[in-house]
Design a protein around this ligand. Structure first.
Ligand code: CP
Length: 309
């Protein structure tokens, strides 16, 4: 039976991952045509329920839904009754009454998209919940890496930064491992969890991590908003110890290592300005691929309420 919701990467089988990545290819080809729309979701309603800020994910889902000809409604928290004290449960009941077909939800509370999914007939997509999961980011990362390495098995990706608070690190490492990629973490000791997925190497020293010979560096955004304690002395110090400085960038370019980042980028913290013009920076490709992946996700989900198309 087709899946109703996309809440995380762990629950996707390898076959489902391959299928979604394969489906995104033809959607991406559409972007080069003068007419970029297909009628696949004509008459369907997509509700964007974002309780946390987002630039890329929000706009990417909106563009994806519109390219599939769906109608999109933005539920803006600051203009909703949530600010008057309405509970999430009341909001869910209201959404249910609207009989929307898809709900795209971002919330700081891990697990909330799953709660919404259980209480609505609509297909629910997790657009990022706390430090838990960001499945469409992971899918677009895997799709982007597969464009440069059609056979991903045995490739090495070093994920750098605040692993502890990162839903991106969690979901992206899970999908890469499903695809046979070797994954390692690099970051300040307190931000690299000791427990967690097995077969992931953990480094706290940049030079030692680079001797592991990664094919790609995946730089995470430093999330000041999720840190209850100060895990490093200053952003300047972070850049010096873990960032791609100008000096490190020259070595990275010499070795032909790809650079990825989920955005938004803190220039001068995770990376120096030169990276933005680096031919092996995949950062803009990740943004473009996000639309194709989200089209594939919306196209592939089906409600379990017996309604036929
Ligand atoms: N990559 C990502 O989730 O970015 P936004 O916070 O801008 O959506």
């Amino acid at each position: 039976m087709p899946r109703k919701d996309l809440l995380d990467i762990v629950s996707l089988s390898r076959e489902e991952v391959d299928h979604l990545l394969d489906q995104a290819g033809p959607f991406k080809e559409l972007f080069t045509r003068s007419v970029k729309k297909v009628p696949a979701l004509k008459g369907k309603c997509v509700l964007m329920l974002f309780y946390e800020p987002s630039t890329r994910t929000h706009s990417s889902f909106e563009v994806a839904a519109k390219r599939l000809s769906a109608d999109v409604t933005n539920f803006t928290v600051e203009h909703s009754s949530v600010v008057k004290g309405e509970s999430v449960r009341e909001t869910i009941d209201t959404l249910q009454a609207m009989r929307t077909d898809f709900i795209i939800v971002r919330h700081k509370m891990a697990g909330l998209p799953g709660v919404i999914a259980r209480h609505t007939r609509a297909c629910v997509v997790n657009a990022g919940d706390g430090s838990h999961a960001h499945p469409t980011q992971a899918l677009l990362d895997a799709f982007t890496l597969r464009e440069v390495y059609p056979d991903l098995a045995g490739r090495r990706v070093l994920i750098v930064g605040d692993i502890l608070h990162s839903r991106v690190a969690r979901s992206t490492s899970q999908i890469l491992k499903k695809l046979g990629v070797e994954v390692a973490y690099l970051g300040p000791g307190p931000l690299v969890p000791k427990v967690g997925p097995e077969n992931i190497r953990r480094f706290t020293d940049y030079n030692e991590a680079m001797r592991w010979n990664p094919n790609a560096l995946y730089l995470l955004r430093v999330q000041m908003e999720r840190q209850e304690a100060q895990f490093f002395p200053s952003l300047r110090e972070y850049h010096k110890v873990y960032g791609v400085t100008s000096e490190r960038f020259r070595q990275i370019a010499d070795q032909g290592i790809y650079i990825m980042h989920p955005g938004p980028v803190n220039r001068g913290v995770e990376l120096c300005d030169e990276v933005m013009n680096y031919p092996r920076s995949l950062i803009n490709q990740q943004v473009e691929n996000g639309i194709a992946i989200r089209m594939a996700v919306l196209y592939g989900l089906k409600p379990h309420n017996g309604e036929s198309d």
